[in-house]
Unconditional design. Structure first.
Lengths: 406, 706
């Protein structure tokens, strides 16, 4: 039986405000599953034209699938969000690229015709689930020197990337980081950030260090507006003595969730759902785990090749800023300037935060906004590095472009 | 500040065990740029199993929070403020221990005034206020919400009520003034009068919204987020809530309906509903302060009344003592029950089988003497289960499961692997002994054998058995599915393991078990029969039926003695009175006229014509009566004296552990009202106990004013 792959589109994306992980963070006593549930409900609320029983899959990513991030989160979150019992769901884990993988995974199902519409998203509550919680690495990893010991400590892999590319200096990283904060502050002041946010009620017990009682999270907690290059230069380098990676030129430890609606383009048109981006291609690639920040480069190469495009065809970039150096590595590779306005126009994870498995959908949601503002751009990409030496890249087409669909 | 410090010290001294509610204020930004909002969370620091209540120190905390909110409002730092609860609980009202502890009217009045003075600030700030009713809300919890300008409610809300009248109180922190003006007098009568007097009926979220108590309703999953979003739209003027005025005619009609409800439920026996109606009536024209002052006065009077002390005592019996039966053996001794046998397939047996299969979900076998009866019994259980499914209480899978668990058998061999067998055969000692002998031949030696006898001696029933230690009395009340009481009878040789199993089964059946001694007719039937005996006696002596039957109206019992006789069935009533007469001939008589009534096959004294009761006209010819009629007062005096005498004998004989158990039995098994405290608090306060027995049943202050 001949098959035709269906076009897959990004309908909409939302996220919770991102919080600082830890006992003083705004989500200190808020459950991870509640964060993702609020996102799913908001998507449904924003699209009354969507018959919820048409949702064919709920794919939710989390890196640490324990406790309130466990129990097959995609299924439990769907149930708790009030989706019909007939809607199935599952969990995804590709560490930082969790939500990205949720999107590409359901996109495959949509393209194949197995699913018409899917919810894809991710959550990471790094306060309740610190990195490395419950991990049990196989002792062969060390015994057989399969990977460098530093591979499991993300900050050390970023230092390793500085080693590999000596031209990526600490000064360049700090300058990039300060610019990220500045771009975010400007976008916030211009009201760009707020529309994607789902307010989350936060409840703290009487003993809470974050202040007792119910509150409402309506804004990101991590950004540090006014951060200067000079201030960044003075920060400690916790991963290596006299190193280059600091808390200021890397994303922090954060809590947050994202969710998106992914659909077959014809179904979206039939239902009157918005079509914000069309999926062109995607790719994941592996690299040496100790330089995991290099991962986006081969992933992007593959994705471009799959699409039959070159880097010159890409007009907008949403790159995850796990570490400034890892973004710079990709930019340098393609000869793009550190301050190229096509890159992360509203700032990135260094300012906003990076709740691991949730970030991929944030990149996509923001790219969709950039597309609306830039109908002259036909293609954009989102890319991120992934722990244990991987990268992931997704290329999207702008429906606002005059040659869209031609 | 020192004033407040000394207030706190006074409050602590007066009510040291208060579980103090905190009221942290959290500032947040409303969605959509609507402005800053101060949110107060009512939280006692425990999880939802210990609901938030209001005592004097908790009210001070709320007052302090409102100081902060008022200051923020004054400085234009906030655009609105709100109140919500900890997860799953909004607030369940005044701490009853604090209320019942008030030693003087001044203190009682101060309690009311403190609530008003605190809560009313929410309605008198220069900014709008919101209550987000996220979970259970009762009494003062509802009232703090009513003081706010607007309210939202969670669609998942399990219970909201103003239960005060149920306890003999009145809603005294603004409820009677604010509620009728908000939702109209007729709906207010439903919430303040009708619901509390209908087994304290609770409202769910949807109904709270429909009645107009809440202005908006949101699903539980993101209730607070949506509520704050709604508050933002109100603040911005995008949402406008219209308030109605209710014309005088509606007030008049509502109050008349309220009076009718009160009359039909309490027959004037407790003043609470009538006082509440007066307050509702006043709300139409009173100013806020007048309305609140009237509540303070009425509440203080009620707190200082015997009925309320008895009401709180009853409430605690049902909430606490009923859940931890006094004298029950250690739970760990109970053996698992994986199969149940029911001897007999008649109506009672079928009701028991229904209850057992529904609650235990284990195989239940009914036996009887012929296939037709067995089939009828099984069919009855299946029909009852179908009815539960129709009501939505069972889904089809559970229905299939439970139906498949019920079977019938002509032989008792089917009980061979049962862990618990109950008999509900004819009330005749020799028949019961025969059944027990047959059972013992087939069941395991450790199988618990229970009898549902209402009046026979369990010890005698077990006397011819090889293993009498496994026999217990398991006395249900009709209708089995409805009445929560189970008298668990320890016979002479009953061992702890069998008794523990019986209590464990009772708990799974969701019945409140009370341990009773194997004494004739146990507790409820003995007291009711003694009481009925007086009514029958005065009837036989020539007192007119209506006088005899109405004489006890001042007690506010759920039904009159002859209505009760009809419910029980004259034949059963007669049988119990004969049993008790045989045991205690001096105190229990057998009425010749009731004998005649039974012989004539009558179902009762009354006939029901168009819903009204009239004395059966044939009785005049049927009955033989004397010529020494009593007045209603004389009947009441004789009946209550007989009660006091009988209860005294029962306590001396150790039928139950304490007077509290008598009261618990009368409340749960006979539906005797809270405001009587069951019965002994009433006998104490009316002086009957001391007159008849020379002593009170309960110390002063236990269920009465100190």
């Amino acid at each position: 039986m001949p098959r035709t792959a269906r076009d897959v589109v990004f309908v909409d994306g939302v996220r919770t405000p991102f919080g600082k992980a830890g006992p003083k963070g705004m989500y200190a006593e808020t459950r991870a599953d509640d964060l993702i549930i609020k996102c799913i409900r908001e998507l449904v609320r924003r699209h009354p034209e969507l018959p919820v029983e048409r949702i064919g899959e709920v794919a939710i990513a989390a890196t640490t699938q324990i406790g309130d991030q466990g129990l097959t989160l995609g299924r439990t979150a769907g149930l708790l969000a009030g989706l019909p019992l007939s809607v199935p769901g599952y969990s995804i884990d590709r560490m930082c690229a969790g939500a990205m993988t949720a999107v590409t995974s359901v996109a495959g199902s949509v393209a194949l015709g197995a699913v018409d519409i899917a919810v894809a998203g991710g959550v990471e509550h790094m306060g309740r689930h610190p990195m490395g919680e419950g991990v049990d690495p196989n002792p062969r990893i060390i015994a057989e020197r399969l990977v460098d010991e530093s591979a499991l400590v993300m900050g050390q892999t970023a230092e390793n990337l500085h080693d590999r590319f000596p031209q990526l200096t600490k000064e360049r990283s700090d300058a990039y980081a300060a610019a990220s904060q500045e771009k975010y502050a400007k976008a916030l002041a211009n009201g760009k950030i707020q529309p994607d946010l789902v307010p989350v009620a936060t409840r703290n017990s009487l003993e809470s260090q974050a202040g007792p009682g119910w509150g409402l999270a309506t804004a990101d907690e991590p950004p540090r507006p006014g951060t200067t290059i000079e201030a960044l230069a003075a920060l400690k380098t916790p991963f290596r003595v006299r190193g280059k990676v600091t808390a200021g030129n890397a994303a922090g430890l954060n809590d947050g969730a994202t969710a998106s609606l992914i659909a077959a383009e014809d179904v979206a048109r039939e239902l009157g759902l918005p079509v914000k981006m069309r999926l062109v291609s995607y790719a994941f690639a592996g690299v040496e785990p100790e330089v995991m920040g290099f991962g986006p480069i081969p992933a992007t190469e593959k994705a471009l090749a799959n699409a039959g495009l070159t880097i010159d065809d890409i007009g907008l970039f949403e790159l995850n800023e796990a570490f400034a150096v890892q973004v710079l590595a990709l930019l340098d590779h393609y000869g793009i300037a550190d301050d190229d306005p096509r890159v992360n126009p509203w700032g990135g994870a260094i300012a906003i935060g990076h709740p691991l498995a949730s970030s991929g959908v944030r990149l996509m949601t923001q790219l969709a906004h950039h597309f609306e503002e830039h109908p002259e751009v036909r293609y954009g990409l989102v890319s991120m590095c992934v722990g244990l030496g991987m990268g992931g890249t997704v290329i999207w087409e702008n429906p606002n472009h005059e040659e869209y669909g031609k | 500040m020192t004033d407040r410090q000394s207030l706190i010290e006074q409050a602590t001294a007066a009510f040291p065990e208060e579980v103090v509610t905190h009221a942290p204020v959290h500032l947040l930004d409303l969605p959509g740029g609507a402005g800053r909002f101060a949110l107060i969370t009512l939280d006692n620091g425990f999880d939802h199993t210990k609901p938030t209540t209001f005592g004097p120190r908790g009210l001070i905390n709320i007052d302090v929070a409102l100081d902060e909110v008022a200051k923020l409002a004054q400085n234009n730092e906030i655009v609105a403020a709100g109140v919500t609860g900890k997860p799953f609980i909004f607030a369940v009202g005044a701490d009853l221990k604090g209320i019942a502890g008030a030693g003087s009217k001044e203190i009682a009045k101060a309690t009311g005034k403190q609530g008003h003075d605190t809560f009313r600030r929410l309605g008198e700030l220069p900014i709008p206020t919101f209550a987000f009713i996220n979970g259970a809300a009762m009494g003062g919890g509802v009232e703090i919400a009513l003081h706010c300008t607007y309210r939202t409610v969670s669609a998942s809300l399990p219970a909201l009520s103003l239960p005060e009248v149920f306890l003999g109180l009145i809603p005294g922190w603004g409820g009677t003034y604010l509620l009728p003006r908000l939702i109209g007098p007729d709906n207010a009568v439903t919430v303040i009068i009708d619901n509390p007097l209908s087994q304290n009926r609770q409202l769910k979220g949807k109904k709270v919204f429909e009645l107009g108590i809440a202005d908006a309703i949101f699903e539980g999953a993101d209730f607070l987020e949506e509520s704050l979003g709604w508050a933002a739209s109100v603040v911005k003027g995008e949402t406008v809530v219209e308030r109605k005025e209710y014309p005088e005619a509606e007030w008049t009609a509502a109050l008349a309906r309220g009076k009718q409800i009160a009359d039909s439920r309490v027959h004037g026996a407790t003043p609470a509903p009538y006082l509440a109606l007066d307050l509702i009536s006043g709300a139409r024209t009173n100013s806020r302060s007048e309305g609140f002052d009237a509540e303070d006065e009425a509440l203080a009077d009620r707190i200082m009344s015997e009925e309320v002390r008895s009401g709180v005592y009853s409430f605690n019996l049902v909430q606490k003592r009923a859940k931890r039966p006094v004298g029950a053996p250690d739970r760990s001794l109970a053996k698992p029950v994986t199969k149940v046998g029911v001897v007999g397939a008649g109506l009672m047996a079928s009701q028991l089988a229904t209850l057992f299969v529904q609650r235990l979900a284990v195989p239940v076998v009914l036996t009887d003497i012929d296939q037709e009866r067995v089939d009828k019994g099984v069919r009855y259980v299946h029909e009852q289960l179908d009815l539960l499914a129709l009501k939505g209480r069972l889904n089809s899978d559970k229905l299939n499961r439970l139906k498949a668990l019920v079977s019938g058998s002509l032989t008792k061999d089917a009980f061979a692997d049962a862990d618990f067998v109950i008999e509900a055969v004819f009330e005749e000692l020799s028949v019961k002994q025969q059944v027990f002998a047959e059972l013992e031949a087939v069941v395991r030696p450790d199988c618990v054998i229970a009898t549902n006898t209402s009046s026979l001696s369990v010890t005698e029933m077990a006397s011819k058995m090889e293993h009498p230690e496994r026999v217990v009395g398991f006395h249900f009340f009709n209708p089995v599915a409805v009445l929560p009481l189970l008298e668990v009878v320890r016979a002479e040789k009953t061992d702890d393991a069998s008794l523990a199993t019986a209590f464990a089964v009772a708990k799974t059946l969701k019945k409140n078990a009370v341990l009773v001694k194997d004494a004739p007719a146990f507790v409820v039937n003995r007291i009711l029969t003694r009481f009925m005996g007086v009514v029958n006696d005065v009837l036989d002596e020539g007192t007119p039926i209506e006088v005899a039957d109405r004489a006890l109206d001042p007690l506010g019992l759920p039904m009159s003695p002859f209505e009760l006789l009809e419910l029980v069935g004259p034949a059963v009533g007669l049988h119990v009175s004969e049993t008790l007469h045989a045991a205690f001939p001096d105190r229990f008589s057998v009425s010749e006229n009731i004998r005649k009534l039974v012989a004539a096959g009558k179902r009762g004294i009354y006939q029901w014509v168009d819903g009204a009761r009239v004395v059966d006209p044939e009785l005049e010819a049927l009955f033989t009566v004397g010529d020494s009629p009593s007045t209603a007062e004389q009947v009441l005096d004789r009946a209550t004296s007989a009660l006091a005498e009988e209860i005294d004998y029962m306590l001396k004989d150790g039928v139950v552990a304490a007077a509290e158990d008598i009261d618990l039995c009368m409340i749960l098994g006979a539906g005797w009202p809270f405001h009587l405290g069951g019965v002994t608090p009433y006998l104490d306060r009316s002086g009957v106990s001391e007159k008849v027995t020379g002593h009170r049943f309960l110390d002063k202050g236990v269920a009465s004013l100190p």
